[in-house]
Design a protein around this ligand. Structure first.
Ligand SMILES: [Fe+2]
Ligand SMILES: [Fe+2]
Length: 252
């Protein structure tokens, strides 16, 4: 979808060398996306998925949580390979550099937190990966294709376990508390409506949708999930309501 009035670059760009030949701005656009995924997949695995193994309530859930942690580290490894191919400096890929997502400032405290993080944060990641399935940079498209089934498993895991938890009154309160805690902190993840970077990503066909449109799509999907889990939809902050309105208008 092009909302900037001219058709985006379509590529396909097959290799890091080709990316450099397309031009400096193209390489910058691809590098920014890859850097952010490289950092956040690692940071997420370190602060959420690996610690969650200790919180998992029984051996079966520990086993599945180990699998999730393994896959998140694997996502980092995949994106890191792309970063290395492009010659992105190691310092820029350091998860401790402070350039990580705001959700990581809300550390995991109890097991239901982990379930809400998987249901909500990995859903947000699914939206990002959806966009990359059509990316003009083919190595990124390939990584997106390999990563998508795993992110779907993670989000589905969180959701099914929240549903299970919600079957008792006290579990339902825990599920609601966790959803309320993480929904709001996920919304800035999509970036600013008027983001210059997003404009550059769309111009070069690295991403397809605007930040606001994706956030609207995300909010609509969370609404559907909370309905299905018979939980209350957390309030949508007023400043993000136009994103939801724009998404709804396009879907109808
Ligand atoms: Fe991941
Ligand atoms: Fe994930």
């Amino acid at each position: 979808m092009s909302t900037n009035g001219h058709s985006p670059f379509e590529g396909p760009v097959q290799t890091a060398g080709d990316a450099a030949r397309v031009g400096e701005e193209y390489k910058t656009a691809v590098s920014k996306i890859i850097t952010s995924h490289t950092i956040n997949e690692l940071y997420g695995a370190q602060v959420f998925d690996e610690p969650a193994i200790a919180l998992a309530p029984n051996p079966y859930e520990k086993w599945l949580t180990c699998r999730i942690a393994m896959e998140e580290y694997g996502h980092h490894v995949r994106f890191r390979r792309l970063a290395d191919d492009l010659g992105i400096e190691a310092e820029k890929l350091d998860a401790g550099s402070g350039k990580h997502l705001s959700i990581f400032e809300y550390p995991l405290e109890v097991w239901p937190d982990f379930l809400a993080i998987k249901a909500l944060a990995d859903l947000a990641e699914i939206l990002q990966i959806e966009d990359l399935l059509e990316c003009s940079y083919i190595p990124l498209r390939d990584v997106a294709r390999a990563t998508m089934p795993e992110e779907k498993f993670h989000a589905g895991y969180g959701r099914s376990r929240l549903e299970e938890l919600g079957k008792t009154p006290e579990g339902k309160v825990q599920a609601q508390t966790a959803i309320d805690r993480y929904f709001e902190v996920m919304l800035p993840f999509f970036g600013r409506r008027d983001s210059r970077n997003n404009e550059m990503f769309r111009k070069w066909g690295v991403k397809q949708r605007t930040n606001g449109f994706m956030r609207g799509d995300y909010i609509a999907r969370v609404q559907q999930i909370t309905e299905e889990l018979d939980l209350a939809m957390p309030p949508v902050p007023e400043k993000y309501q136009p994103d939801l309105d724009e998404f709804r208008a396009s879907a109808s």
